[in-house]
Write a protein that binds this ligand. Sequence first.
Ligand SMILES: Cc1cc2nc3c(=O)[nH]c(=O)nc-3n(C[C@H](O)[C@H](O)[C@H](O)COP(=O)(O)OP(=O)(O)OC[C@H]3O[C@@H](n4cnc5c(N)ncnc54)[C@H](O)[C@@H]3O)c2cc1C
Length: 308
Amino acid sequence: MAGGELVPGFHPETELERRVFEDPELRAGLAWGKPRKGHPEGTVGAHVGDLLRSIDEWGETGRRRSDLRFIALVHDSMKYRVRAGSFAADFRGLALAINVLRYQLFKTGPLTHGAHEVVAFVKTRPELGRPNAQLGFTLLGAEPELDNIVVDPFDAVTIHQYYARPSSQGYCQIQSPDPDAAMLIDANFLDTEEDRRNSIDTIRFADRLMGQAALAGLAPRYAGPPVDFESEDSILGGLNEFGGTAFHVCGTCRMGSDPGSVVDPQLRVRGVEGLRVMDTSVMPLTPTGNTNGPAMAMAWRAAELILA
Ligand SMILES: Cc1cc2nc3c(=O)[nH]c(=O)nc-3n(C[C@H](O)[C@H](O)[C@H](O)COP(=O)(O)OP(=O)(O)OC[C@H]3O[C@@H](n4cnc5c(N)ncnc54)[C@H](O)[C@@H]3O)c2cc1C
């Protein structure tokens, strides 16, 4: 990194990232490609300005200055009433109070369970070479209420499902020179026909799964949200109305070997010396599963690359 005052103990690359986080004016420089006020040429501010000018020229990765694309997921929850076997009773009334106490005292009981008892990676079509959808099974039903979630009083299973590796791309765009102003974020869910097709297939797959003979003893009955699985329009309408994101956002600083990628395979920002990016923004696509583990594995590798 050229110029700039360094804090002892910080590697120059991590130092720039730290200062971008901590310094609103510097972030404003990052936002608008201007050197920071009070930073002569050759300092961090100018350096960041160069970065943005470079991004601006790439076009493909930044449609306009500071307009960065990202990839997200849409998911939906499907609830089925079942005859027995859920955790519904454990999360209501006196039982809930006892279970909270049990957790506080002994760190045991239903409160130690993860959100999903079972997670499945499935192929919605048998001819696919690898899974294209993820299903998570929660052994209760619940309804959101303003700032709360109310557990259903009946036994239920909820399937949280989504189509993996979406092709729809959203974008974030800086709206104002004020670095504290909120960005415009548009996930652009279900923009491509491929994503709509695969999302419909995933939902139908989950519903077929609940109809399997092995689960007949639980007598599963679909309990919402209100969707007609026979109708593609109804499924897509349900996704738009009731769906949400699984927060696996990535791709604003795509890694690649091509000149249009923001970072190279060693995480170095193209066209800028001494600057690397390491978070899920460098993933060129969402992975098939969740992103937290891959982010940590990538961070480990990034540390090795920076220290090498
Ligand atoms: C509600 C939710 C639920 C999720 N559930 C799961 C899950 O169950 N399993 C899973 O695998 N993934 C899950 N994810 C996704 C996962 O958390 C992310 O993919 C992962 O954390 C991304 O890591 P990252 O390092 O790219 O970004 P982050 O973890 O977001 O790290 C960015 C860091 O930068 C810091 N930062 C940002 N701006 C500044 C600033 N100006 N100054 C200083 N510091 C700053 C933040 O404080 C943060 O520590 C979930 C995400 C959300 C939001």
